[in-house]
Design a protein around this ligand. Structure first.
Ligand code: SAH
Ligand code: SF4
Length: 361
């Protein structure tokens, strides 16, 4: 069977090249073509001898995600639905940092579906399908850069050689899935995205619903990666209801892990808090949140609940503008850095898992 080069480690590529009786420098050259210049076939690797390219074509290939659908929102958000080799689908969301500056944050998926079953989350409702392989995680970054940000990577000379071109500056694991439930593949993807593609660790964020033992492991095995916690409630009663993970990993222990997380200087842990009308949006919640975050260098992102476009029953609702601002004010007055994260791409269902749900219905 042909070997997928994106699935191979650096060592495995070296062995493969050695077996073809090629010089070792070809390894670096090929890796740079794949992760630096984002080549999607050996034919693009124009500085390899033609015979070598032909040989490689016979025995190996470079996988690419199959783009099923792109949706573009009025606010510049792009949402991509990708099909994997086994027919599962995942999504990635590209959000402009500031409209028109050509710099983007890419939100990527770590699993097809999710097993955590959060009540407000469309991915949670889809259930768990499978873990993504490291190369399927990395390929979301490569595919979006290649197909969207760099119109002609080969003709243009590749990534990073022209400062005026559009580029991804930040990567967040906030798409489908719970990244810390797919730890090994996520860790390998992180290594490829930073070590081979050249993204800075400080511009990558892993968001978790709170898999406590893996937070400790993340600190140990992937230091300098930013941590975001989806907190979403301030009492066990409410958190158990909307985030069943809380029964296994109660948020007070989660916050203890955050206190112990070895934060580099001037860095913060981000706490995401989806504001749901009548569920977790009272002044008491805000006051409790202030107390809970004492002793943690934190930033809070308030995310007004984003309903799926096709949802008819409306179990949950977004709080009123006033209530959202009130909540923010209480945190702000207590000295917490707090942002209201507009639901980017709300008109294209860009919250977690919603494009996939819309596509398959
Ligand atoms: N599983 C990880 C990362 C993916 S979810 C986690 O839970 O952190 C990414 C973020 O989307 C989480 O903060 C989650 O709380 C938020 N989210 C999920 N569904 C949402 C919705 N309908 N509206 C607004 N935010 C939502
Ligand atoms: Fe999974 Fe995160 Fe959605 Fe919860 S919020 S179901 S952990 S993707």
């Amino acid at each position: 069977m042909k070997k997928n080069f994106k699935q191979l480690s650096q060592k495995e590529i070296a062995l493969f090249i050695h077996q073809l009786r090629q010089k070792p420098f070809r390894v670096k050259q090929i890796i740079h073509w794949i992760y630096g210049k984002l080549a999607s076939s050996f034919n693009e690797m124009t500085d390899l001898p033609k015979e070598l390219r032909e040989e490689l074509n016979k025995t190996a290939f470079i996988s690419n995600l199959h783009l099923l659908q792109t949706r573009v929102s009025g606010d510049g958000t792009h949402k991509f639905l990708f099909e994997l080799e086994d027919g599962e689908t995942i999504e990635s969301v590209l959000m402009p940092n500031t409209l028109g500056d050509g710099k983007f944050t890419l939100c990527i998926s770590s699993q097809a579906g999710c097993a955590m079953g959060c009540a407000f989350c469309t991915t949670g409702k889809l259930g768990f399908k499978r873990n993504l392989k490291a190369y399927e995680i990395v390929d979301q970054v490569i595919s979006v850069e290649r197909s969207f940000l760099i119109p002609s990577p080969v003709a243009g000379g590749g990534k990073g050689e022209d400062d005026s071109q559009q580029k991804i500056t930040n990567i967040v694991f906030m798409g489908m899935g719970e990244p810390l439930n797919n730890f090994n593949e996520v860790a390998e993807a992180l290594w490829k995205i930073t070590g081979l593609m050249g993204f800075s660790k400080r511009r990558i964020t892993i968001s978790t619903a709170g898999i406590i033992p893996k937070i400790y492991e993340l600190a140990e095995k992937a230091p300098d990666i930013n941590l975001a916690i989806s907190l979403n409630a301030t009492t066990d009663e409410i958190r158990n209801k909307i985030m069943p993970v809380n029964k296994k990993y109660p948020f007070k222990k989660l916050l203890k892990a955050c206190k112990e997380f070895p934060l580099p200087p001037r860095r913060f842990i981000t706490f995401e808090y989806v504001l749901i009308d009548g569920t977790n949006d009272t002044e008491e919640d805000a006051a409790r949140l202030v107390k809970l975050l004492k002793g943690i260098r934190s930033k809070v992102n308030l995310i007004p609940y984003n309903p799926p476009l096709q949802e008819k029953s409306q179990v949950y609702r977004q709080p009123s503008e006033n209530r959202i601002l009130e909540f923010q004010k209480i945190l702000h007055n207590a000295g917490i850095t707090v942002l209201i994260r507009k639901s980017m791409g709300a008109d294209i269902s860009a919250a977690c898992g919603q494009l996939k749900a819309a596509y398959s219905s």
